[in-house]
Design a binder for this molecule. Structure first.
Ligand SMILES: Nc1ncnc2c1ncn2[C@@H]1O[C@H](COP(=O)(O)OP(=O)(O)OP(=O)(O)O)[C@@H](O)[C@H]1O
Length: 310
């Protein structure tokens, strides 16, 4: 038998290695969005990577202008990226036709805005608001609308107009509207931004219900520490890139008590790039160049001492 050529071995290696994010429900690979206004270019996303599993509930945090809303607008099908890969529930967001885009926005994703008034029609009752997207999709079901309001704890708001509901109740009805056509993914941009802590907690509970009871994948952009601290994974965006992730898990302490342990990680991209936290760089006066050393179980990063001597 002939021995395999390098091309055979390469082909074999590719066959066994799953493609990046192959099984992810949401995949962003090297996503770029450049806005051009009056000859000026703003790079809102510059090579952002993100993987989200089916049914996961994650929070996205980051300073103002870091690119969070731009990312959410792309994932919701409202905006189109300049380059890279964006795939949600198997749909390629860069190559969608306008007809596919309409279907995607109607059935594959649900969206909740920060401004409570933007989510609901003021002259319709809670239940009529939930029935509206079902009607557009040709699947009106009053029973399902009632069940949704019940599951989200706002059955009593069915006959009320938004003006007769609290901000938190409006947002929970808005979640029912967003879930009306059984979307695979729910996207929320600052859903608790206008609410007090009690109402915020109720809205977060409803988002969690969407994930646990309906199996919906939920992505929440937030500045709310309660929301960011209550999910299993918080993704930090800096300068249009994912820079850090906080993972939370329940552990048992030495007295047998359960506690939530949060661990922060830097995100490593496929090319091996990572962003050092800005405060770490400042503390050690790291600029431009660092020295790396491979140890048995970690990599050491040192400031460039030649620069200090010069
Ligand atoms: N339509 C647009 N035209 C031009 N520049 C834009 C547009 N939308 C966003 N940008 C710019 O892109 C960058 C990212 O904006 P984005 O709104 O995504 O940030 P953000 O993290 O959501 O901020 P915030 O927390 O304040 O909402 C900013 O510099 C912003 O000025």
């Amino acid at each position: 038998m002939n021995s395999p050529t390098i091309a055979d071995l390469e082909a074999e290696a590719v066959r066994h290695k799953p493609a990046f994010g192959e099984n992810a429900h949401i995949l962003c690979d090297n996503l770029v969005r450049i806005f051009k206004t009056e000859g000026v270019e703003v790079v809102a996303l510059q090579g952002l990577d993100l993987l989200v599993d089916r049914g996961e509930l994650i929070a996205i945090v980051g300073a103002s202008g870091s690119g969070k809303s731009t990312l959410l607008n792309i994932l919701s099908g409202l905006d189109v990226p300049t380059a890279g890969v964006a795939r949600v529930a198997g749909v390629d967001l860069l190559s969608m036709s306008s007809r596919d885009r309409l279907r995607y926005r109607r059935s594959t994703v649900g969206f909740i805005w920060q401004q409570t008034a933007r989510n609901l029609l003021p002259y319709l009752s809670g239940i009529e608001n939930v029935l509206l997207p079902m009607r557009f999709a040709g699947k009106r079901s009053r029973r399902r609308a009632e069940e949704l309001l019940e599951a989200l704890g706002v059955a009593h708001c069915g006959d009320r107009r938004p003006g007769q509901m609290s901000g938190g109740q409006q947002q929970r009805v808005a979640i029912a509207v967003a879930l009306a056509n059984r979307p695979e993914v729910l996207l929320a941009d600052e859903p608790t931004g206008e609410l007090d802590s009690e109402n915020s907690a109720e809205v977060f509970k409803a988002l969690r219900t969407a994930s646990t009871e309906f199996g919906t994948t939920v992505v929440v952009v937030t500045h709310d520490d309660m929301v960011a601290g209550s999910v299993d994974r918080t993704v930090g965006i800096r300068d249009g890139r994912t820079s850090s992730e906080v993972l939370r898990r329940v552990a048992t302490d030495e007295h047998g008590r359960e506690e939530v342990v949060a661990e922060e990680y830097a995100v490593l991209d496929r090319a091996g790039r990572l962003q050092l936290p800005r405060d770490f760089m400042t503390a050690l006066n790291m600029e431009r160049r660092v020295r790396l050393e491979l140890e048995r179980d970690h990599i050491g990063v040192w400031p460039d001492q030649r620069e200090e001597r010069e």
